[in-house]
Design a protein around this ligand. Structure first.
Ligand SMILES: Nc1ncnc2c1ncn2[C@@H]1O[C@H](COP(=O)(O)OP(=O)(O)OP(=O)(O)O)[C@@H](O)[C@H]1O
Length: 316
């Protein structure tokens, strides 16, 4: 970890006015993300159904679920990369359907797909994002250096990205997203395919920047253990719908109470440890309980091989 504080500040003008003139953000502090009745379908496939979601400013919020649950589709509607065909999506009070540019300027987005160019150095990759996101020219090199320092890549900044490890690539992508000093950082599976040490490192860097800037983090993940450890609140998504929402502790305690009340030690498929008398269920147990059994049969288990392959091709 670096000791260099990340001091990027969000792109807001005097009185909180947004750069495209979309009007000041409510000083009372609207939610970072607010979705109401969001639906999105690809033809016959209902990817997101009647999604209600509120993410408070400054929260680390986890959208969890197996492959195909609808997480990426929801994230892409929030980032304005997909339209909002039904329902409403707001980012810090700005309507994602009507104020796309205002929303985009508040966001940093790390998609699942590779967004770093292997043939450029780390610094060149981050500089490219700084230019795309209109970081003022006179601030650019300083902001790029800060973003690289925030993810501990100063020493490797002038090496080609193709020489980076998978964990370094992920941190570089984080620096790309951070260089515009977003108020909302959206991360789609930020640690997929990484080894446990690299996963921890990515989360430590996210947390350090969050603490330094107060930014909101919305993350999708398959890794229930990570969500348990790092997210303030989580929503469990399956078949396009949210099945449970709360802090990890609340959700686990609720399941324990439900089991105790019904006299059922555990739902089908629960982990061995959690069926021990009195053991607090894991978040994965909660998911299995609310989504029902059949996750594995549908090929929608939490750690699908597709994810690993995707990462292999990202860094190859
Ligand atoms: N471009 C597309 N065209 C058609 N169907 C799609 C498309 N993108 C996603 N889908 C379908 O929409 C549903 C939700 O997919 P989505 O990628 O949002 O899920 P996810 O939870 O992010 O899963 P993963 O972890 O695999 O990315 C799935 O049934 C998927 O097959």
């Amino acid at each position: 970890m670096t000791d260099t504080p990340f001091t990027g500040t969000p792109f807001t003008g005097p009185d909180g006015a947004q750069p495209d003139g979309a009007g000041p953000v409510d000083s009372a502090g609207p939610d970072a993300v607010s979705c109401r009745g969001l639906d999105y379908a690809f033809g016959e496939t209902k990817a997101v159904q009647d999604l209600d979601l509120s993410v408070g400013a400054g929260e680390v919020f986890g959208l969890l679920g197996p492959n195909g649950a609808g997480k990426t589709t929801a994230i892409r509607c929030i980032t304005t990369l997909l339209p909002v065909p039904a329902g409403m999506v707001r980012v810090f009070g700005h309507d994602a359907a009507k104020e796309k540019m205002a929303v985009r300027r508040l966001l940093g987005y790390v998609p699942q797909q590779l967004s770093a160019d292997a043939a450029l150095t780390g610094r060149e990759n981050v500089t490219l994002f700084a230019r795309v996101f209109d970081v003022p020219r006179r601030e650019r090199s300083e902001r790029v250096a800060q973003a690289l320092a925030a993810v501990d890549l100063t020493g490797a900044a002038d090496r080609m990205a193709k020489t980076y490890s998978g964990g370094m690539i992920r941190r570089l992508e984080l620096a790309q997203a951070l260089v515009s000093a977003p108020r909302l950082l959206m991360l789609d599976e930020p640690t997929i395919g990484l080894d446990p040490i690299a996963r921890t490192s990515v989360w430590e860097h996210i947390n350090a920047v969050r603490q330094a800037t107060g930014m909101t983090v919305l993350v999708t993940t398959h890794y229930m253990d990570e969500a348990d450890q790092y997210c303030d609140r989580v929503a469990l998504m399956h078949h396009g719908r949210i099945h449970a929402l709360g802090t990890p502790g609340e959700l686990r305690a609720e399941l324990r109470e439900r089991r105790a009340a019904s006299g059922t030690p555990a739902a089908s498929g629960a982990s061995r440890a959690s069926v021990e008398k009195g053991a607090l269920p894991t978040l994965e147990d909660v998911f299995r309980d609310v989504a029902g059994s059949g996750l594995d049969e549908e090929g929608g288990d939490f750690r699908d091989v597709r994810s690993t392959r995707r990462t292999a091709s990202r860094v190859g």
